[in-house]
Design a protein around this ligand. Structure first.
Ligand SMILES: Cc1cc2nc3c(=O)[nH]c(=O)nc-3n(C[C@H](O)[C@H](O)[C@H](O)COP(=O)(O)OP(=O)(O)OC[C@H]3O[C@@H](n4cnc5c(N)ncnc54)[C@H](O)[C@@H]3O)c2cc1C
Length: 458
């Protein structure tokens, strides 16, 4: 069979806010894929569908979805040099399952391992170790890109560098990432050591994160993340829990512990949304946040399985369903290092406008990449989970303005709400990216809800 096409299907992003009725083409081999591409005038590439908003959905007017999940093979893995060649629809989880027990790990893993290689490159994803490891695209050696005319372009930093960096972070708008070669990183064990610090204010949180960042810059395996209790006010606003993880060596393990623990994560489920507003209400989250903060203790040297440390949300598949029928918006932004005040302002603004986040996490970001649409810039990134039922069109625009004014930007892979007028300010290299995209896709076949909503293409 060349393809498993579905009739009209309703799809959404992971946040379940934006829904689209569309035709889904799911080719199962190269010839079928090229045929699907040449057959369809407007196409949106989709991997695991874990982007929160409409990045992997077609626009409002038209377009089919090209589902890449049948292209999920690990083509080869060289245990000597750690280079893995993998198809675009394979999950990070598949790569980790195969390579971690052999002592090699993906250098960058976001908060879930259930995303595809194509999605990781197209969003140039980052982990909690960004200051030392950079983003996913920095570990990609080459990409085989299926263009809209059916030809395959081989892209790397030395071969069409413009096309390579327009594809990394290019949100699927330059073509299909068919295959990629990725440089893995050696690890001693599949364990990490966690040092935890409970903080009483944003100032304390920031100080702990900054101390961690100094260590992160010297160690690509050092991960730092802060959970913030957004339900506090005044001097305690921004109190939280700062976790710092580093790779455990075999010497750190008690005798009976195997160097590479078995992965216990279950398969991905798709729970039904709870009716009405769900269970994520201000009162339940405020109580849960206070309990989490009060019950946590500062402490060092806790041994944690690497995959649980890096992907805690893979144990919470039901999270978007808990927000009820209208779903959840995750709004993530980055601001430069000196703009920590903007983080405080955003939290205060949300709190005083009845939008206190159900979840707020703060990470350090290090150097950026050559990808014109790549999200990371040096500084801070805050992600807040908001019930979509509280947001009207334009609700977040004052915050967009604050962020753009501070020299920051929103993360396109999560976006569902940003003011399109501010995108050129947030992504100043957009015109350069458009020129390269136009060269790679002169027919203008690739599109998405995100691209149309934010005017990325023109
Ligand atoms: C629980 C959770 C935690 C997360 N944590 C993080 C985090 O810590 N850091 C971070 O950076 N991100 C994080 N994300 C966001 C996620 O990593 C990105 O949205 C990622 O792009 C999703 O990959 P996917 O395979 O699901 O792609 P999809 O959502 O299907 O698509 C995302 C984009 O990639 C494009 N695309 C997908 N496959 C291909 C392909 N083969 N060729 C070309 N384009 C393609 C699509 O067109 C779309 O623009 C998180 C998401 C979730 C749900």
């Amino acid at each position: 069979m060349t393809s498993e096409d579905h009739g009209p299907t309703t799809l959404s992003g992971w946040g379940r806010t934006i829904r689209r009725r569309c035709e889904v083409r799911r080719p199962t081999f190269d010839g079928g894929l090229v045929e699907a591409v040449l057959d369809t005038p407007r196409l949106t590439v989709r991997g695991a569908g874990k982007s929160y908003g409409d990045a992997a959905l077609p626009g409002e007017d038209a377009g089919d979805v090209l589902d890449l999940t049948a292209f999920d093979r690990i083509v080869s893995f060289d245990e000597g040099d750690g280079v893995v060649i993998v198809e675009g629809g394979a999950l990070l989880k598949d790569v980790i399952d195969q390579t971690l027990p052999l002592g090699w790990k993906l250098p960058v893993v976001p908060g879930t391992e259930r995303i595809t290689i194509g999605g990781a490159i197209a969003s140039d994803v980052h982990g909690k170790n960004h200051p030392g490891a950079g983003s996913f695209g920095q570990h990609v050696l080459w990409i085989a890109l299926l263009r809209s005319d059916g030809t395959i372009a081989q892209l790397s930093a030395g071969q069409d560098a413009d096309g390579f960096w327009a594809t990394i972070g290019g949100m699927g708008l330059t073509g299909v990432i068919l295959r990629a070669a990725i440089q893995l990183q050696r690890v001693d064990t599949g364990w990490m050591i966690r040092n935890r610090r409970r903080t009483r204010s944003l100032d304390e949180t920031v100080a702990a994160m900054q101390a961690g960042e100094t260590r992160q810059e010297l160690d690509p395996e050092r991960h730092v993340v802060a959970w913030l209790d957004a339900h506090t006010h005044g001097a305690s606003l921004g109190r939280g829990i700062v976790d710092e993880y580093y790779g455990a060596s075999t010497l750190d393990l008690p005798g009976a512990v195997a160097p590479f623990p078995e992965n216990r994560s279950s398969g991905s489920r798709h729970p039904r949304s709870l009716p009405g507003p769900g269970v994520v209400t201000g009162a339940t989250i405020a109580a849960a946040s206070a309990a989490r903060w009060h019950l946590s203790r500062s402490g060092n040297s806790q041994l944690v399985a690497m995959r649980s440390a890096l992907c805690p949300l893979d144990r919470a598949d039901g999270w978007p369903a808990a927000f009820g029928r209208s779903g959840l918006v995750q709004y993530q932004f980055a601001v430069p290092p000196e703009e920590i005040g903007t983080i405080h302002e955003v939290l205060a603004y949300l709190g005083t406008h009845g939008l206190t986040p159900a979840l707020a996490t703060l990470k350090n970001l290090g150097f950026g990449t050559a990808g014109a649409l790549s999200f990371p810039i040096p500084g801070w990134t805050l992600a807040v989970d908001l019930p979509a039922r509280r947001l009207q069109p334009g609700t977040m625009h004052p915050i967009d303005k604050l962020i753009a004014g501070a020299g920051g930007r929103v993360y396109l892979a999560k976006d569902a709400v940003t003011d399109p007028e501010l995108i050129p300010l947030m992504y100043p290299r957009l015109p350069t990216w458009r020129r390269t995209r136009q060269r790679l896709d002169p027919a203008g076949r690739w599109t998405s809800g995100l691209a149309e909503r934010l005017g990325l293409l023109s």
